[in-house]
Design a protein. Structure first.
Length: 427
């Protein structure tokens, strides 16, 4: 720091200690006295006082001087009422009723209370007190039909939340609250005993009860020089990474789960690709028996993917290419929709390729619906390319293309390629 900065810091810290040790509203020495005491210029003193004023450690009154500001009420952000808050701080709560009226809800209030625009609501405006000092203006909105006799029950010293529980059997569960910095208007300044332009905190809170019903909407102006809010924050824990799937050969007893995977994948992935009648005709019992027979086959292999709970989340069927026994073929590859996006499809595909390679089938084909762009992108990222062969099977009525992966083509993983959600060709 240079010399001026050091002087300012010395004066600021000395005045800060002075303000913390003196009672609220005590006058500080004059600027001239402070200049003489610290042997600094008036600009240095004024700079330190201005900084303390911005921090609301002191306040100035024109023609009178600078005074020690009172301590702020340090309020933890919780779903509590003003009465409960003040009593928790050992402060006597109080309220002054400013206005109570029945009004029609505008768009904002109606939306917060989940009422139609124009519905009748009660608006209750009060000045909130702490040991008799005004600290906030609160405008409370509630459904007039639901709380018709509210005002006859709410006294100036009572807690609204306790009243809701005692009289209406309503217990609050949660709230959404926003806090904004605003400047006091003339009306707010008059009601709170401050000056226009003084710093204020505008809180807007929507509260719902334990049944999930919107119960109140509150807009409150708090004096920035008397109030501050405190919240306890923790870094969010990273979302748990799903355990990597495990793989094994399919068993006949897997057939019901395989049928469920098949049906869910077709319904989620092939809408708009195959005729809706095909999807509607999928029958769990028929699929189960069909897949039980495929799993039992000795010339094909069914590889299943299991999650951490041993639930079948996907499967692939592989074997020789019917058109060229020197090649292998991925007959089918399906993943449950709720397991999509986790790399299960890509891992299953690699398991199938490894199984075929172990049988000496390094050139591999597969069929995929032409319109299934997501699956085609996955296969392309693993080295498959269309070989120009196409077909339309009568039972599906949708065009399929054949893709080929040769032994000499690098099976690049393709970091940006989407994992397979539900795509395959039934062989």
């Amino acid at each position: 720091m240079n010399g001026e900065a050091l002087k300012h810091r010395r004066v600021y810290e000395a005045l800060l200690r002075m303000a913390s040790e003196l009672p609220a509203d005590t006058a500080l020495p004059t600027e001239r006295e402070l200049c003489a005491s610290f042997a600094v210029s008036r600009s240095t003193v004024r700079r330190a006082l201005h900084e303390l004023e911005v921090e609301q450690r002191v306040y100035r009154q024109q023609g009178r001087g600078t005074f020690v500001a009172g301590p702020k009420i340090d309020q933890l952000l919780e779903l509590t009422s003003h009465t409960e808050d003040m009593r928790a701080h050992g402060v006597r709560p109080g309220s002054k009723l400013v206005d109570v009226s029945r009004i029609t809800a505008d768009g904002e209030v109606a939306s917060k209370l989940e009422l139609p625009v124009g519905a009748e609501v009660l608006r209750i405006e009060r000045v909130r007190l702490a040991d008799g000092e005004p600290i906030a203006i609160e405008a409370l909105y509630v459904d007039a039909e639901r709380f018709d006799d509210l005002m006859s029950a709410l006294g100036e010293e009572g807690s609204f939340y306790q009243l809701l529980h005692r009289r209406y059997g309503v217990d609050l569960a949660s709230a959404d609250e926003t806090i904004e910095a605003v400047a006091a208007g003339e009306r707010e300044a008059e009601l709170l005993g401050t000056v226009p332009g003084a710093p204020m905190l505008l809180l807007a809170r929507r509260t719902v009860d334990t049944s999930g019903r919107s119960t109140e909407y509150v807009r409150s102006f708090y004096r920035g020089d008397r109030f501050r809010f405190r919240a306890h924050l923790e870094r969010p824990r990273p979302a748990a990474t799903p355990a990597a799937p495990t793989f094994r050969l399919g068993r006949e007893e897997d057939a019901p789960e395989l049928a469920a995977v098949f049906a869910d994948a077709w319904r989620a992935g092939y809408g708009g690709i195959v005729d809706d009648a095909v999807l509607e005709a999928l029958d769990d019992a028929e699929l189960t028996e069909w897949l039980r027979g495929l799993v039992a086959s000795r010339i094909q292999a069914t590889i299943v993917a299991l999650d951490a709970t041993s639930r079948v989340v996907g499967f692939a069927r592989v074997g020789d290419d019917p058109d060229d026994a020197r090649r292998g073929q991925i007959y089918a590859l399906y993943v449950r929709p709720d397991a999509a996006g986790r790399g299960v499809g890509r891992a299953l595909l690699q398991q199938g390729l490894d199984a075929l390679a172990a049988r000496g089938r390094n050139d591999v084909t597969l069929w995929v619906f032409k319109e299934n762009e997501r699956a085609r992108a996955l296969y392309a990222s693993c080295g498959f390319v269309p070989d120009g062969t196409q077909r339309v099977e009568a039972q599906f009525g949708a065009e399929e293309v054949r893709m080929l992966r040769t032994a000499g083509r690098a099976a690049a993983a393709g970091d940006g390629a989407p994992p397979l959600g539900a795509a395959a060709s039934a062989g």
